[in-house]
Design a protein around this ligand. Sequence first.
Ligand code: HEM
Length: 439
Amino acid sequence: MSNDVAFKPSPREFVSAARKSAPEICRTTVIGLYRDARRPRSGSAPASVPRTTFDPTLPDKIANPYPDLERIREHPVVVNEQLGVWMIGRYDDVHAAVRENSVLSSKDGIALQSFVVSSVLTAEPPNHTRLRRIVAPLLSKRSVQIQTSDIRDLTCAALAPMKAGGTVDMVPELTIPMPIAVIARVLGVPRSEWMKFKEVSDRVASAAFAPGGLPEGLRRLPGVLQSYLWLRSFLDAEIRRRANVPAEDLINQFQLAIESGDLADQEAFVYTTLLLIAGNETTTNLLGMLLIKLAEDHELFRELQADRSLISGAVEETLRWGAPEQWVTRVATAPYEIGDTVIPTGGKAVLFYASANRDPAKFADPDRFDIHRNTSGHLGFGHGLHFCLGAHLARLETMTAINCLLDEVDGLELAGPVRWGRNPSLQGPVSVPLRIRRS
Ligand code: HEM
């Protein structure tokens, strides 16, 4: 397969991908539906446990969940009977909950609907350790540095029309394509496939987190299946290619691990899908939010421009304040006690990273964006066993892009309204039109 011709699976490759994937898709769907139907609903909690109708998947709540999260933090745990879940929002409780991974497990996925796919995100040790070990070396702080010049080039290219006096919507021009290009490079995906990868990642991510439950899920199913099979055929072809032409990339790591019996090909496929989803939209959102802050606050822009050592603090504060991954879920594998309440075995808990990061008991005046505050302990990348595997890469991408921007222009302003996305958990802007500051 040549590097500049877009991959099109042959009918045989497509059928082979379908044959390999069908049992897994059926298993995942049936087990997920079965577990959701069987799991204890929070409506059975004693009347003394406070109730809420807050639904983080509703558009007006996605736009601003913070007033509701503040009310949730009044108690250690509250119950949403409609969603059938227990909600946890205080910093100490969320922090403790993610550490208790053997009792509050992500084995059913991290969305509201159960999605029982075996991956690093849903695994427990020793499987979790095995899966992380395969990928971690290529995502270490040192390894990711190699991406720096590409990130700079992509940022400079996006800024060129702005420097010529134009307006640039930074989301389609930078914050979406840059993380895709970078994760694609880490994986070893040819350039011709980068946009296809974005499409695949969007479809699968929207299936995992989208509101609308089963009817909406069924409506999206054909598109998701098509993307799924394309990716599976593509990866099979790339892994075959690595057997003859080794490369220094993640797909090569997968190929070696498959060959040594350390990884099944289904696991390699799920891993690739996960890295696409986890690595793209979250980074897009982080960078987008920080760009808005820089455009809205020229003092902040100047301060960072004068002292680049402050950029790291600005990135951490954006992770705290904006929480690009707002919440995750866990399922209780044994009764889990919190305050005077017990989440029964099989009960589903929603852990709000966005709320923990705005808990005044942990961060003073938490709604204020302050790049000088001590952000240590923020949960923007999660915590404990499932702490983000791509944290070094995400930090590098954001810091390098901001550094480059501060080199290239002397001020920014918004050239139109910012529009926010509608993904209930992965929060961020979908349009940030910017131009060079005029006054
Ligand atoms: C700003 C960007 C990012 C944010 C805010 C973010 C956030 C998170 C969070 C909160 C978790 C924990 C989920 C949980 O508790 O269940 C997580 C896990 C994960 N992230 Fe990220 N992430 C980002 C970028 C990336 C990138 C660039 C990659 C890949 C290169 C990545 C790969 C992963 C993986 C594989 C996991 C699962 C780790 C495990 O279960 O052991 N993330 N991320």
